[in-house]
Design a protein around this ligand. Structure first.
Ligand SMILES: Cc1cc2nc3c(=O)[nH]c(=O)nc-3n(C[C@H](O)[C@H](O)[C@H](O)COP(=O)(O)O)c2cc1C
Length: 185
């Protein structure tokens, strides 16, 4: 138990990335961790594209808003894609594709943290531009990018982001999001 809690607690959405390349065996292990996630009826609705060549990385880095400038240092970006008909669609609006991709992405992130990497998920990018650049069919949803890299120095970060790297984790109090035995929200 303690072993798993360690990367969970260590993980933060850090931005202090170095450009140092990530060895192939490390990339394979973190991708494997993602694909070992559970999914509804074992549908495995996730599709991952790992961008590590300069050409592939540039296709993504040119589709970012200004606030995500810190991504430009990353040597590895994982795109997480799916579409609704790849997974269970059950009663009462239970469409499981996004849920199952989320499980896989968190596996990915925790294995990356265990390997000494920063792994920061983002939604701030132009999905249409990236899908065009990679010739990804329109019906796929580019749900998330995980920005990975070894920790580096913070000289490229704004004062605001530098401060965030050091600030305590912000979370709602447990009683605001969890109850025991009854619905109290
Ligand atoms: C779906 C999703 C989208 C996010 N988008 C961005 C983003 O575009 N840029 C960014 O810097 N951080 C982004 N984040 C990181 C969150 O801001 C961060 O996880 C949150 O503030 C909690 O901080 P912590 O991860 O350090 O606990 C995103 C996180 C998630 C899960």
């Amino acid at each position: 138990m303690a072993e798993l809690l360690e990367p969970i607690e260590k993980r933060r959405a850090y931005r202090t990335l170095s450009e140092k390349k990530i060895p192939g065996d490390v990339v394979q292990r973190i991708l494997k961790a993602a694909t070992l996630a559970p999914s509804c009826f074992n549908k495995q609705p996730w599709r991952f594209v790992a961008a590590e060549s300069e050409e592939a990385l540039q296709k993504i880095k040119t589709a970012l808003p200004d606030g995500n400038y810190w991504v430009k240092k990353s040597p590895l970006i994982i795109m997480a894609l799916t579409k609704n008909d790849l997974d269970c669609r059950l009663s009462d609006n239970r469409n499981y594709a996004f849920f199952d991709v989320g499980l896989a992405v968190e596996n990915f992130i925790l294995q990356a943290v265990s390997e000494g990497l920063i792994a920061h998920p983002i939604a701030g990018y132009n999905p249409v531009k990236i899908k065009e650049a990679f010739q990804i069919p329109d019906e796929y949803i580019l749900l998330n990018l995980v920005i990975a890299g070894y920790p580096g120095d913070d000289s490229h970060l704004s004062e605001e982001y530098r401060e965030k790297e050091r600030s305590p984790r912000e979370r709602k109090p447990m009683e605001e999001v969890v109850t025991l035995n009854e619905w109290k929200f």
